[in-house]
Design a binder for this molecule. Structure first.
Ligand SMILES: Nc1nc2c(ncn2[C@@H]2O[C@H](COP(=O)(O)OP(=O)(O)OP(=O)(O)O)[C@@H](O)[C@H]2O)c(=O)[nH]1
Ligand SMILES: [Mg+2]
Length: 387
């Protein structure tokens, strides 16, 4: 009778032989498993020639052509909207955010607003926000399946994870609505029927601050300069909310190396060429982005893969790391733009533009309070990709 050790050796020998037979007989299998290919997956697919950078692109001032002369109103516009996800109870915070955005930017540029909610907006909500602008406003109801926890999620497993996170004081760790929100922002907001007619969006949350006057059109800038994702603050995610996210990302990249673009922003996400995630993400409560980045084949498949893991509910995957990883893999690094000149605060972190922008844009933030150069900021990772 064969011993156990013999069985193990025999199985190994069969597996190795199979691998070699497949490598020779099936070209695609050989390509997918060679060491070189595994390393190259993060490098992405695209033309050989890559632009050489000496400094991050945001160091080049925004061209004059995107600025509006004083007292002028915009003649050319991008196909864009301001998008706000909110509850009726967020009304006061929405008023604060929206009135600043109008005063500092949008009363001159005239972009429409889209408000989204999984419950109908109250008459009071609609009346109050409509009074804050002359621009078009639409109110949308989120389809049930885009918001609520899917039936295929194992609820006892999800509940155990919520309890565990709550016991460990993970922020929003015990909340189902927060998870619904993160999943919706990750994979559904851009599918809402009210957003179908738009190409670019600016995500705005309740209770944020806009510190500075914005005298140019960031949407036209994105469109004409071929940018796909814009941010103001970047920082590391709490590891406890995403224990298996990176494993799922690596699985996806391994199975779909052709979807990763060349000259991507992997350097922002990983300090060891993709082996581990450094937790850096763009803080997605502020986003100016190209909806087609999310609607495209790569991100669509990426979201489906992540969603199938159930990590939005079994863990507490946030839309910030999910969007950031998506943008970093499916856009070139220079298509991700740091809006250095947009003064912004979402508690507890401020981005306050420094001189000369602080004076030029009449910023009303304390110039010494700026998250960018704090130890926690991931801006150094972004900058490093270009130097
Ligand atoms: N319609 C709706 N919107 C929500 C819900 N939960 C959160 N939001 C919105 O989703 C966005 C993110 O939620 P926030 O509560 O601001 O989450 P956060 O920014 O991570 O945390 P804090 O701002 O620090 O509380 C905001 O625009 C909220 O108004 C919800 O249950 N329903
Ligand atoms: Mg918020």
């Amino acid at each position: 009778m064969m011993t156990r050790t013999r069985y193990v050796f025999l199985t190994l020998a069969i597996l190795i032989s199979l691998h070699y037979i497949l490598s020779f007989s099936h070209e695609s299998y050989g390509r997918a498993t060679s060491f070189d290919t595994l390393k190259k997956q993060w490098t992405g697919i695209g033309p050989q020639e890559q632009k050489v950078w000496h400094e991050p692109p945001y160091k080049t001032p925004v061209p004059e052509k995107y600025y509006l002369a004083p007292n002028a109103t915009a003649t050319r516009k991008a196909n864009a909207a301001v998008v706000m996800l909110a509850r009726n109870g967020d009304l006061n915070g929405i008023v604060k955010s929206m009135s600043q955005l109008e005063a500092k930017f949008n009363h001159r540029f005239g972009y429409p607003y889209v408000f989204l909610n999984e419950e109908p907006f109250s008459d009071e909500f609609k009346r109050t926000v409509t009074a804050l602008t002359d621009n078009k406003i639409e109110f949308g109801l989120i389809p049930h399946d885009h918001w609520f926890q899917p039936d295929w999620i194992d609820e006892p497993k999800a509940a155990a994870s919520r309890k565990d996170m709550q016991d460990n004081n993970v922020i929003y760790g015990g909340s189902v609505p927060y998870r619904n929100m993160c999943r919706f922002n990750s994979g559904f907001f851009y599918r809402h029927e009210l957003l179908q007619k738009y190409r670019y969006y600016w995500r705005v949350e309740p209770d944020v601050r806009f510190y500075c006057t914005l005298s140019y059109d960031p949407f036209l800038f994105m469109q004409d300069e071929d940018k796909k994702y814009g941010f103001t603050i970047s920082l590391p995610e709490y590891t406890a909310t995403i224990p298996t996210l990176w494993t799922a990302v690596k699985e996806f990249v391994k199975a779909n190396p052709d979807l990763v673009v060349q000259d991507n922003a992997m350097g922002f996400l990983s300090d060891d060429n993709g082996d581990t995630y450094n937790n850096c993400h763009f803080w997605s409560n502020f986003e100016i982005g190209d909806l087609d980045l999310w609607r495209g084949e790569a991100y669509t498949k990426f979201f489906e893969h992540l969603d199938s893991k159930g990590g939005f509910y079994y863990e507490r995957w946030g839309d910030a790391p999910v969007h950031s990883i998506g943008a970093a893999l499916f856009a070139r690094k220079d298509q991700i733009h740091f809006f250095e000149d947009i003064g912004y605060r979402h508690e507890p972190f401020p981005h306050c533009p420094q001189e000369p922008m602080h004076s030029q844009n009449q910023c009303d933030c304390d110039i010494k309070e700026n998250f960018d150069r704090e130890g926690w900021s991931c801006l150094n990772r972004y900058d490093r990709m270009f130097t």
